[in-house]
Design a protein around this ligand. Structure first.
Ligand SMILES: *Cc1c(COP(=O)(O)O)cnc(C)c1O
Length: 394
């Protein structure tokens, strides 16, 4: 070796990252992800107020559901109060029973596992793939092959004796995971697929929108997502009976009647209010603009980060179209170990960056859950850094 270039470069890696961010974001402080309201938001909100229908009945709820179904290509969309509630009901609709296990990536936001617990089921953590950041189909197949047996058509965890009912992949930062391979594993092991597409509105796996590939999918419209309704979520499905049941369960399981209050089971008050749906209709109109702007930002970041040794910018997996919701840097062997110095240097000068979530099996409520080897997720989480990603940066 002539010159030990790599170690010299990695010594000032944090300052190189700051300089690269400055080239794209400018001199002022930048949030990780700020919402943007520049379309018909005020108009539709005013309209909703003027109508006095601000709560769980109103024209905007129906319109938002129809718009979402049209945009995603799902046959049905049911709007709810948030993405976590959407996941809760999706899992109930998938037939998750108390005592069941649900396969969840260890690398996800805590809501994915919380929704499993709301069903009195247990998350069973599985590993991620370095290219997609989603569940790795090969290690999943291998794990299930060793850990489970089929009994009366059910996939049984041989160690716990519990039914593993559902596979719950999540499309990390908007990048679609390997759905064909995951669907194949699910079908071979008798699992139902529910997609946590909270982060991936506007992301396509081939020709199919994320969240429409499994039996049921869920979206989130929290303030930090690609579009926001303040708080909100939706359930997507192509199954008409499931959609009808989703609406029933999320609207207190009330039977239709002009004045009688009759409820045929314990339902939930999870319906999205009309005010939030009004915001959603306006935000959804802006999706093409948001997507173009986020892809532009990705390209700008690529230019400035491509010359820096020790890291790469996370791109979209092959045969997918990502919404690039949250941009991420992934440190390699040269850069590994510098994550926290980069987080400190960038936040010190006002560029908000943060690591990925703490892995779920390391958090208090989930320490004792069943889990596969999580070697890739454990490595990824040491090396991932989210950088400013708002739609108006580039
Ligand atoms: C945001 C998010 C959720 C939950 O959505 P809320 O609307 O905040 O309840 C669920 N899963 C993932 C992966 C998310 O990023």
């Amino acid at each position: 070796m002539s010159l030990d270039n790599s170690s010299r470069i990695s010594d000032d890696l944090p300052q190189q990252v700051v300089a690269a961010l400055r080239a794209v974001c400018g001199e002022s402080s930048v949030a990780l992800h700020a919402p943007r309201f520049k379309g018909n938001e005020w108009k539709y909100l005013r309209d909703s107020l003027d109508s006095t229908f601000v709560s769980s009945v109103g024209a905007y709820v129906d319109r938002f559901e129809a718009d979402l179904a049209k945009y995603t290509g799902a046959k049905h969309a049911v709007a709810v109060v948030n993405g976590t509630a959407a996941l809760h009901v999706a899992l109930l609709l998938a037939g998750v029973q108390p005592g069941d296990e649900v396969l969840v990536p260890a690398l996800t936001f805590v809501a994915t596992a919380n929704a499993v617990r709301y069903c009195d089921a247990t998350p069973h953590f599985v590993d991620s793939n370095e290219a997609t950041l989603g569940i790795d189909p090969d290690s999943l197949r291998d794990w299930l092959g060793r850990m489970t047996e089929q009994r009366e058509g059910f996939c049984i965890n041989r160690e716990t004796g519990k039914i593993i009912r559902v596979l719950l992949p999540m499309h990390t930062f908007g990048h679609p995971c390997a759905m064909d391979a995951l669907q194949a594993v699910a079908s071979d092991f008798g699992l139902i697929v529910v997609e946590d597409a909270a982060e991936s509105l506007g992301s396509w796996y081939g020709e199919r929108h994320t969240g429409t590939i499994g039996r049921i999918g869920t979206l989130s419209f929290n303030g930090n997502k690609i579009i926001t309704t303040g708080g909100g979520g939706a359930i997507l499905t192509n199954d008409t009976a499931l959609a009808r049941r989703a609406k029933h369960l999320t609207t207190t399981a009330k039977l239709q009647h002009r004045w009688e209050y009759e409820h045929d089971e314990v339902g939930f008050n999870y319906r999205m209010p009309n005010l939030n749906a009004a915001l959603g209709c306006a935000q959804l109109e802006l999706m093409p603009e948001f997507l173009a702007s986020k892809r532009r930002l990705y390209q700008r970041y690529r230019e400035v980060f491509s010359g820096i040794a020790g890291l790469r910018l996370v791109g979209e997996p092959a045969h997918t179209q990502s919404n690039f919701w949250l941009q991420a840097l992934l440190l390699d062997q040269v850069g590994a170990g510098q994550r926290d110095s980069i987080l400190t240097a960038t936040n010190d000068v006002g560029y908000m960056t943060r690591p990925a979530w703490r892995l779920l099996h390391q958090m208090m409520p989930y320490r004792n859950c069943p889990r596969a080897s999580l070697a890739v997720a454990e490595s990824l989480v040491q090396r991932l850094i989210n950088i400013p990603s708002s739609a108006d940066i580039a």
